[in-house]
Design a protein around this ligand. Structure first.
Ligand code: WTA
Length: 648
């Protein structure tokens, strides 16, 4: 890192890490001055107080994120490819240069202004990965509006919830999406959603396919209107701590929360991690196959790579379309140097065998990344040995929507440093992890396991929950006073390496997608005939975790289990998304509860994981018979099921 020459006493990677946490102001101050283009300089590096959930970085500074991601690269290398849109149909990719992306962004920025979008407004974007989605995000940044990207797999109700909570008056979407050879009617989903969103005044509709869709007075044809706009759009000078975007994510209670990220700190943190965790160099092609609707897409498809002047891939398809060789055929065709994906896809692909990988030339690959959920050793080894031919480091990167960017990952370390399969290994610059026990004591020795916390602020962290600052402090700062609590458990090995164990709260991780059990139960409980329910995650060999729901029916309700299951699945798809659909639904007479009425999920989880010998202390149970009923019902359900991958 070039800045390091100015840091006294730093001569190697571990020295630089120590400097970054001990002299955090000097470290981040120097990096921010060096790597971002400022309209006016900041006067204070950080102003943070975990006890109030106050996090402010680079106060006094003004900048524009889109200028940092576009204009400054257009000045030096206008014809460099900024993004490669890898469309669903292989071989039909579209390349867009920095100059072109800036033009698209400016036209869109002007259109948004003409439509009345002002600085401080929040625009909801419901689009599949496509250049106009990216340009929409950047256009918001350019004119000072915040964006709220909603994953285009979410249902109309989930979309409506997010639009309402964000108080958006403008939504941007496409007529239809295309994924895995199938057409998806996204505009129709938006139409349904906005019926229940009184704030929405206009919907901008881009044309991903040639099919016309019904348009109303509210709808604006995006391409047509954008072509009428000028290719120059004056960037707004934003304060470091103005909102850049909201992104909704599931927590352990009820409704999803809109995490807020701001301008300078987020941009700096994503670009620095992108550069050093993946060892990204000028001219490399960076292939992150996440969807832009998740934080991974925001940080490592859009902001990190573009801030670094990189070439980034925007992947529209699926790992198995048109066949399980898709990723590697794409790697060969696009010459991808860093490939960043999810363990769930790796586990799926390894089942199809090595040929699908070996058929393609992967010599361009230099680094392989993994994100979103724990990667088991078998998947890690296969990724390393087969995909990377044993030559590419596999970086298992741990982070969250809340952290903005990667916090724990094997690199940066010295290039020869050991990487243990399945371990996230080392904290990134400026990140000081701590493990705490149930009493709230810091576990200072190695070879210990506890709640993963972070002891000091870093520029990429979320600033608040939109409209719920109290929920923000309660969720992240109250459980362990003085620390940011991640919700995950971790182990620190004898050597001091970190390994993530998984969530400690009631959040299930289905194929890398977060799902709150309470959120799911809310939906299930609305199903006619259902009195109450309990949702748990169980380990699933491809998805990481599957969803298992126990249902108690209202008195005198008679319904076939299959019919009920069908109804519940439809309701969950309609209210949340397809990935949230339960794999198993078991009807029980009553749920195991403590005498104080709390559902004992621990017991349910043990039954489903078939650890019935270790049910633990049942003495607090109100009705021990309920457990036996659950066990019997579970066996019956398994005997009925014949699909090999579903069995918990
Ligand atoms: C989990 C995704 C193990 C973790 C970037 C975290 C991981 C949640 C890893 C955040 C990893 C993410 N190893 N678990 N490398 N990366 N997780 O907000 O439980 O969608 O809290 O952000 O995913 O999910 P989110």
């Amino acid at each position: 890192m070039p800045e390091a020459v100015a840091f006294q006493g730093v001569s190697d990677h571990s020295g630089l890490y120590k400097f970054s946490v001990n002299e955090s102001d000097r470290f981040w101050g120097a990096v921010a001055r060096q790597r971002l283009s400022w309209i006016s300089p900041f006067h204070t590096v950080q102003n943070c107080d975990f006890s109030q959930g106050k996090i402010k970085w680079f106060e006094g500074g003004k900048l524009n994120v889109s200028v940092n991601c576009l204009d400054r690269h257009v000045q030096t290398c206008p014809e460099r490819v900024a993004l490669i849109w890898e469309r669903d149909e292989p071989g039909t990719e579209v390349k867009i240069t920095y100059r072109q992306l800036l033009e698209l962004t400016c036209r869109l920025g002007n259109l948004l202004k003409r439509q009345g979008v002002r600085r401080g407004d929040c625009v909801t974007i419901y689009m599949p990965p496509c250049p106009l989605a990216m340009a929409s995000m950047l256009a918001c940044a350019r004119i000072g509006a915040a964006h709220n990207v909603v994953f285009a797999g979410f249902s109309s109700e989930a979309l409506a919830d997010r639009i309402r909570d964000a108080q958006s008056s403008t939504v941007i979407t496409v007529n239809q999406g295309v994924r895995g050879g199938k057409v998806v009617d996204l505009k129709r989903t938006v139409d349904q959603a906005v019926q229940n969103c009184p704030t929405v005044q206009q919907v901008l509709v881009a044309m991903r396919t040639e099919n016309t869709v019904p348009m109303t007075d509210r709808d604006v044809p995006l391409e047509e209107e954008m072509m009428k706009e000028d290719v120059v759009c004056e960037p707004v000078a934003m304060d470091s701590e103005d909102v850049l975007f909201l992104l909704y994510t599931s927590g352990s209670t009820g409704k999803p929360k809109g995490l807020v990220h701001t301008q300078a700190g987020y941009l700096l943190y994503t670009s620095l991690t992108h550069r050093y965790v993946f060892n990204y160099h000028d001219g490399d092609v960076f292939g992150c196959v996440a969807d832009i609707g998740w934080i991974t897409g925001h940080s490592y498809i859009v902001y990190g790579p573009l801030c670094n002047g990189g070439t980034t891939v925007l992947f529209e398809s699926t790992p198995v379309y048109p066949n399980p060789g898709r990723y590697w055929e794409m790697v060969e065709r696009l010459g991808i140097n860093q490939f960043y994906g999810a363990p769930t896809a790796i586990r799926l692909l390894l089942k199809y065998g090595d040929e699908w990988v070996q058929n393609y030339n992967r010599s361009s690959l230099k680094t392989l990344g993994s994100v979103g959920e724990p990667i088991n050793t078998e998947a890690w080894e296969w990724y390393h040995r087969v995909v990377g031919d044993g030559r590419c480091p596999v970086v298992d990167t741990w982070w969250q929507t809340e952290t903005g960017g990667i916090c724990i990952a094997p690199r940066p370390a010295d290039p020869e440093a050991e990487i243990v399969p399945g371990m996230a290994m080392h904290p990134f610059y400026g990140i000081k992890p701590a493990l705490l026990d149930t009493e709230g004591e810091v576990l200072s020795s190695n070879d210990s396991t506890g709640a993963l916390c972070i002891s000091q602020a870093w520029p990429g962290m979320a600033r608040t929950i939109h409209n719920h600052h109290q929920r923000f402090t309660e969720t992240y700062f109250h459980p362990y006073p003085g620390f940011f609590f991640t919700g995950d458990g971790a182990h620190r090995s004898k050597e001091g390496y970190y390994q993530i164990i998984g969530r400690l709260d009631d959040v299930i991780n289905v194929s890398g997608h977060r799902l709150g059990t309470a959120e799911l139960e809310d939906v299930v409980n609305q199903c006619p005939g259902v009195a109450e329910s309990a949702a748990i995650g169980y380990s699933h060999d491809i998805k990481g975790e599957g969803v298992y729901v126990f249902v108690v029916l209202k008195k005198a309700v008679m319904v076939e289990e299959d019919v009920l299951a069908q109804q519940l699945r439809e309701m969950v798809s309609r209210s949340i998304a397809k990935y949230a659909c339960p794999d198993f639904i078991q009807v029980v007479r009553c749920l195991p509860k403590t005498r104080s009425g709390k559902i004992m999920r621990r017991v349910l989880r043990k039954v489903v994981e078939r650890n019935t010998d270790e049910l633990g202390d049942l003495s607090t149970l109100d009705d021990p018979d309920s457990v036996h009923e659950v066990i019997r019902g579970h066996r019956r359900l398994l005997n009925k099921d014949t699909s090999p991958t579903a069995s918990p």
